[in-house]
Design a protein around this ligand. Structure first.
Ligand code: BGC
Length: 761
C-alpha cells in the first residue's frame, strides 16, 4: 500500500482505534480494525528457528510452540563468517514464516558480548561490532527476501541479564557509538530491517524505550530506519514518553490500559495527535507490506530444513586444537564416545528462543547413520547436578582405556546459561573437568567436543590433543560434529569472541554487571580483542582463530592506492592458496590500525572479511573494499565520525593474533574539528600557524622570563628544572596560569583579548 493510501486510512480511524493499534491484541498479534478491513498480523520468536505459539503464549519458552527446526544459535552463526550461508539460513526461516503465516520473526539478536558471563551470549553474535553487524545484515536480507520482516534486537546495550529490566548502562560516547550502536548501525543501514526491538534496560539515565535520541535521532534520522519500533515484551514504562521518543508498538497486549492512557493524553493535550498518526502509519506500512506479499504456497519442510541446519552447523563448529593431527579420526579406529552430550546434545539455550524441535540428531545417531561401528559409548556424567557419579565415571574410564581414542562430549548444562540470568563463573561443572582428567590419566589420545554458548575455562587445555568447539549448534549438531570428527567436512569456522584463560582477564571483570541498578562500562571501547591486544595479554584462543585440516598460504597483498582522502575508497586484494591435501574454506580477516592518532584507539579493528573455498593447490584472489568509516573513530566533540590524517596499516590476518601481511597507506581526513579556545586552553593545544604565534608571543615571553633557568648546567636551578622540563610543563600550562607566573606582567584582560583573537582566526 502506498504511503498516501496509508495516511488516508489512518485519517479514517477513530482516536480509540489509533491508540489500540499501538499495542498487541494478545501475546503475538497486532490488533485488527475490522470496520476498516485492517488485518492483524502475527509475530514470533526467533532468531534461530520459528517459535510459533498456537495455544498458550509466553515469552520465556515455557509453553509449547509448533514443531519446528532449530538452526545453530547466534554464537555459532557468527563463527561461520559466511554471509552467503547465513543469508540462505535467513531465506529458509523466511519461508517457514510464510508457511506458518508469521509476519515478523523476532531477531537477529546482535548485542555485544561484553562479558563471557552474559546469559544470552549464546543468542548473540560477537564481541566485535563490525562482525555482528555484517552477520545480522546477511540474516535480515535472507529472511526479508521472502517478504517476512525481522526485528533486530535488543536495541540497545542489553548486554547482561542481571536486572535487565531496570539496569542503567552507563556508557561513554565513543563506546556507545563505536561498540554498542555499532553492532546495529551497519545492519540497519544496509539491510533495512522491518522492525527494531527496543530493549528493557536504561542507557545513561533513561529507558531506551523513552530515549528520543536513540529511537528517532540516531535510528531514523541518521541511519534511515523506516519500519516500526516494537518494545521488548513488557519493556514499556511510560507509554506516552515512549510514543514521543519513537517506540511504536507495545508488546504484548496491555489489556486496553495503555490504549486508554494514549486516548486521554491526546484529549488533554499531553500528546500531539500527529505523533499517534505517524506511529499508526509506521505500523500499517509493515502490516500491508506483509499482507500484500503473502506466499500462500510456501511449505514448511521439516526434514529438508533439518538438513539445512546441518549444513549451517558444519560452518559454525570451530576446531580449536589438533595436536599430532589427532583429527580427523579414522573410521575403522577403536573409539570411545564419552559424555552425556554424545547421546543428548545440548544444542540450544533456554528462554524465548527455545525451539520445539521435531528431530534432533545426536553424535551417536549420526555414527549409526554413517555406518561407523567401532564406537563404544559411556555417559560419563549427568548434567542435572554437579557431582561426580563414580559408576558413570568408572564406565567411562574403562571405555577410554580400551579405545585408541577417547572423544569426550562436554559443555555447559541448561541450568548454567539461559535468558533471564547470567552465569556466575566461567568454569564448566567440576564433575566434567574431573571426568576429563580421569580420562587423560588412561588415554593420551583424548579429544574434547564442547557444547556451550560462550567461553569456558579449560584447565585441561594443554593435556588434551583435540578441542572441537561445537557451540549450541542447533538440532542437527550431532551429525555436523561427526562429519567434522571423521573428516567428511573440513572445519572452517573461526571464533567470533576471545576465549580468555580465566574470567579475571576479561575487560568487564572489575565493573562486572554493576551494583544495584547501575552498571558502568568502565572498559569503554576496549571490549574483547581490543582490550587483550592493547594489554598485550595472552589469551587461550584469540578472536578470529580456528583451525582447518588443510593449510593456507597468504601472498601478494595489494592496495589500489597508497594515499587517499576520506572521500575515497580503498581496494585491498590478497592471494590465498590451499597448500594442503584437502579442500577447505579459509576466512581472511582484514584489520585496520591507526598509526598516528591523537586519540586513544585500539591497536587494530576488524574492518573486512571474506570466506573462500579452495581445492588443494588452488589460489584465489580475495578483494575487499574499505570506505572512510574503516579509518574513523567517533569524535564526541564533533558528534560525528572522524578520520585523522595520517598513516594507517592494512593488516591481513589468519586470526587477530596472527597477522601475516601488512601494507601502509596514508589517509587524509577532510572534516574540520570545531575548536573554541578559552582561557583554560593549554599552550600545547594552541594552533601552530604564525598568526596564532604572534597573538600568543607576549604571553609566552612573559611566562618564560619568569622561569628560573640557568646556563650553568651545574647550578641547582638547572638541576631542578632543565629547559626541556620547562618546555614539557609549558605544553600543559593553561593560558590563564601565566597570570600567576609572570610577575604581574600579564593581566586577565590580556589573556581574554588573546583568546578572542584566536577564536577569530
Ligand atoms: C525477549 C525477546 C523476545 C520476547 C518475545 C523477551 O523476553 O527478551 O528476545 O523476542 O521476549 O518472546
Amino acid at each position: 500500500m502506498k504511503i498516501e493510501q496509508i495516511k488516508e486510512l489512518v485519517g479514517k480511524m477513530t482516536l480509540e482505534e489509533k491508540a489500540g493499534l499501538c499495542s498487541g491484541d494478545d501475546f503475538w498479534h497486532t490488533k485488527a480494525v475490522e470496520r476498516l478491513g485492517i488485518p492483524a498480523i502475527m509475530v514470533s520468536d526467533g532468531p534461530h528457528g520459528l517459535r510459533k505459539q498456537d495455544q498458550e503464549a509466553d515469552h520465556l519458552g515455557v509453553n509449547e510452540s509448533i514443531k519446528a527446526v532449530c538452526f545453530p544459535t547466534g554464537c555459532g552463526v557468527a563463527t561461520s563468517f559466511n554471509r552467503e550461508l547465513i543469508g540462505k539460513m535467513g531465506q529458509t526461516l523466511g519461508n517457514e514464516c510464510q508457511a506458518e503465516n508469521v509476519s515478523v520473526i523476532l531477531g537477529p539478536a546482535v548485542n555485544i558480548k561484553r562479558s563471557p558471563l552474559c546469559g544470552r551470549n549464546f543468542e548473540y553474535y560477537s564481541e566485535d561490532s563490525y562482525l555482528a553487524s555484517e552477520i545480522a545484515t546477511a540474516h535480515i536480507n535472507g529472511v526479508q527476501s521472502k517478504h517476512v520482516g525481522t526485528s533486530i534486537k535488543h536495541f540497545m546495550a542489553n548486554n547482561q541479564e542481571t536486572r535487565r529490566m531496570s539496569v542503567d548502562a552507563i556508557i561513554d560516547e565513543r563506546a556507545l557509538h563505536e561498540i554498542y550502536l555499532g553492532a546495529f548501525e551497519g545492519a540497519v543501514r544496509q539491510a533495512k530491517p522491518w522492525t527494531v526491538m527496543s530493549s528493557y534496560n536504561k542507557v545513561n539515565g533513561s529507558y531506551v524505550g523513552e530515549n528520543k535520541e536513540l529511537l528517532t535521532d540516531i535510528l531514523r534520522d541518521e541511519w534511515g530506519f523506516d519500519g516500526f519500533v516494537v518494545s521488548d515484551w513488557g519493556a514499556v514504562s511510560d507509554r506516552i514518553k515512549a510514543l514521543q521518543a519513537g517506540l511504536d508498538l507495545e508488546m504484548p497486549a496491555s489489556g486496553g490500559m495503555r490504549d486508554a492512557q494514549i486516548v486521554k493524553a491526546v484529549q488533554d493535550g499531553t500528546l500531539n495527535e500527529n505523533v499517534l498518526d505517524t506511529t499508526c502509519e509506521r505500523i500499517l506500512n509493515i502490516v500491508y507490506r506483509y499482507m500484500e506479499n503473502r506466499d500462500e504456497n510456501a511449505v514448511f519442510d521439516l526434514e529438508a530444513d533439518h538438513e539445512k541446519a546441518r549444513e549451517v552447523a558444519h560452518e559454525t563448529i570451530v576446531l580449536l586444537k589438533n595436536e599430532d593431527d589427532i583429527l580427523p579420526l579414522k573410521k575403522d579406529a577403536n573409539i570411545a564416545f564419552i559424555g552425556k552430550y554424545a547421546q543428548k546434545p545440548r544444542y540450544q539455550g533456554g528462554g524465548s528462543s527455545h525451539i520445539n524441535s521435531k528431530k534432533v540428531t545426536s553424535a551417536l545417531d549420526a555414527i549409526k547413520q554413517a555406518g561407523i561401528t567401532n564406537i563404544t559409548f559411556a555417559k560419563g556424567f549427568d548434567d542435572q547436578v554437579d557431582v561426580v557419579d563414580e559408576v558413570l565415571e568408572a564406565e567411562a574410564i574403562e571405555a577410554a582405556t580400551k579405545a585408541d581414542v577417547a572423544v569426550v562430549f562436554a559443555g555447559l548444562p541448561d541450568a548454567f546459561e539461559s535468558e533471564g540470568f547470567d552465569r556466575e563463573h566461567m568454569r564448566m561443572p567440576e564433575c566434567q573437568n574431573h571426568l576429563i582428567d580421569e580420562i587423560l590419566n588412561v588415554q593420551p589420545n583424548t579429544v574434547v567436543v564442547l557444547h556451550n554458548g560462550s567461553p569456558v575455562e579449560m584447565p585441561w587445555v594443554n593435556e588434551v590433543k583435540g578441542i572441537v568447539e561445537a557451540y549450541l549448534g542447533g538440532e542437527a549438531v550431532g551429525g555436523a560434529v561427526v562429519d567434522i570428527l571423521f573428516g567428511d567436512v573440513n572445519p572452517s569456522a573461526k571464533l567470533a569472541e576471545t576465549f580468555p584463560y580465566q574470567l579475571e582477564d576479561n575487560p568487564s571483570y572489575l565493573s562486572g554487571f554493576g551494583s544495584g541498578d547501575s552498571v558502568n562500562y568502565a572498559e569503554s571501547i576496549f571490549v574483547g580483542y581490543r582490550y587483550y591486544d592493547k594489554k598485550n595479554m595472552p589469551v587461550m584462543f584469540p578472536f578470529g582463530f580456528g583451525l582447518s585440516y588443510t593449510t593456507f598460504d597468504y601472498s601478494n597483498l595489494k592496495v589500489d592506492k597508497k594515499e587517499l582522502s576520506d572521500q575515497e575508497t580503498l581496494t585491498v586484494s590478497v592471494d590465498i592458496t590451499n597448500t594442503g591435501k584437502v579442500t577447505g574454506k579459509e576466512i581472511v580477516e582484514l584489520y585496520v590500525a591507526d598509526k598516528e592518532s591523537t586519540v586513544i584507539r585500539p591497536l587494530k579493528e576488524l574492518k573486512g572479511f571474506e570466506k573462500v573455498l579452495l581445492q588443494p593447490g588452488e589460489t584465489k584472489t580475495v578483494t575487499m573494499t574499505l570506505d572512510w568509516r574503516a579509518f574513523a573513530y567517533y569524535e564526541p566533540k564533533m558528534k560525528d565520525w572522524n578520520v585523522e590524517t595520517g598513516e594507517f596499516e592494512i593488516l591481513i590476518g589468519k586470526s587477530s593474533e596472527e597477522i601475516v601481511l601488512t601494507e601502509t597507506v596514508v589517509v587524509k581526513g577532510t572534516k574540520k574539528m570545531p575548536v573554541t579556545y578559552t582561557v583554560n586552553t593549554t599552550f600545547g593545544d594552541l594552533p601552530t600557524m604564525p598568526q596564532a604565534m604572534e597573538i600568543i608571543e607576549p604571553i609566552l615571553t612573559a611566562y618564560n622570563q619568569s622561569q628560573i633557568t640557568s646556563d650553568d648546567e651545574n647550578s641547582s636551578a638547572s638541576e631542578a628544572i632543565t629547559a626541556e622540563m620547562n618546555a614539557a610543563m609549558e605544553k600543559f600550562m593553561p593560558l590563564r596560569a601565566v597570570i600567576s607566573f609572570s610577575d604581574g606582567k600579564i593581566t586577565p584582560d590580556q589573556i581574554e583579548e588573546a583568546v578572542n583573537k584566536l577564536n577569530k582566526l
